[in-house]
Design a protein around this ligand. Sequence first.
Ligand code: F1P
Length: 325
Amino acid sequence: HATLREIRKTPEGVKIAQRAFEDFIAHHDFRLPREVVYTGCGSSHFLSQPLAMATTRLGGRGVSLPCSELLYSREFYPIGNPELLVAISRSGETTEAVNALKSAGVPKFALTAYESTLSREADYSLIVPAHEESVVMTHSFTAFYFAYLQLLLESFGRETFDAEKTAGLTKEMIRNESYIREIVENFDFRNVIFLGSGILYPIALEAMLKMKEMAIFWSEAYPTFEVRHGFKSIADEGTLVVLLADKPFDWHDKLTEEFRGQGARVLTVGRRNTGADYFIETPEVDELLTPVLHLPVIQLLAYYKAVSLGLNPDRPRFLSKVVKW
Ligand code: F1P
């Protein structure tokens, strides 16, 4: 399947991202301001969230909204007075993304894989040519995140990450492919809950979307400990809980125990096992790099779930690669 090839291309995507970033700073004096609004649709919206969080974490103020909310209900959101609007779209042709960008009364920035309508409408564009055959976004998500993160670090006077090393780390994560396949083959789970906190929460949301898109499968996502407040009632012996945790602490162990007590099985992805049924270890990295490690894992999980259900993840039902109106 093309989708599997795209996921396996993540290390290459990181290198493509680095070249796109280097090319951008070589040709532009422009650096990112502190107050930025980010927007996108679908996966590109879930990508707008960690970009907004990274902006905030580095001392700026990032706000993220789906394009349609920015277009039709922006007065309900605390947008403030942004200095830049960043619109994200892999295709650069999604109608809502193009319209959201056009509607901005501030400088416009496009993050996309192609010279496209979006890039032509923007004042600046960071084109990351991590091209994908697959309908769903996989390694391009990681590549876009890494390229823009480098630009943020550079703009805010911070040291950028070592791209070769980061690519190597994603390769390490992809080595878990056969283990992920085994989990899916050994446990025919009926539903899946993804949990993440901080910058890993939008990665949990993206995981939830990947399951729906590739495997047409019931999935949910919550900020890690919020799940205890009612939502956990759906978790039973048919449930897989995927805990995305960089540095687990006591409460992660308690949460794991609680879900196991309900009969659910837990997969922990992080630096140590929390007492889970399944465990994928992540190397120690800066917190801003953690999404890059978790993304291929959750994409592989959705891919193998689709395959185990006899579906073709290359052609998800009812979906198209570009949503136009
Ligand atoms: C946005 C998007 C995809 C999603 C689906 C429909 O596309 O929502 O994320 O997987 O295929 O389109 P784009 O604006 O990033 O090209």
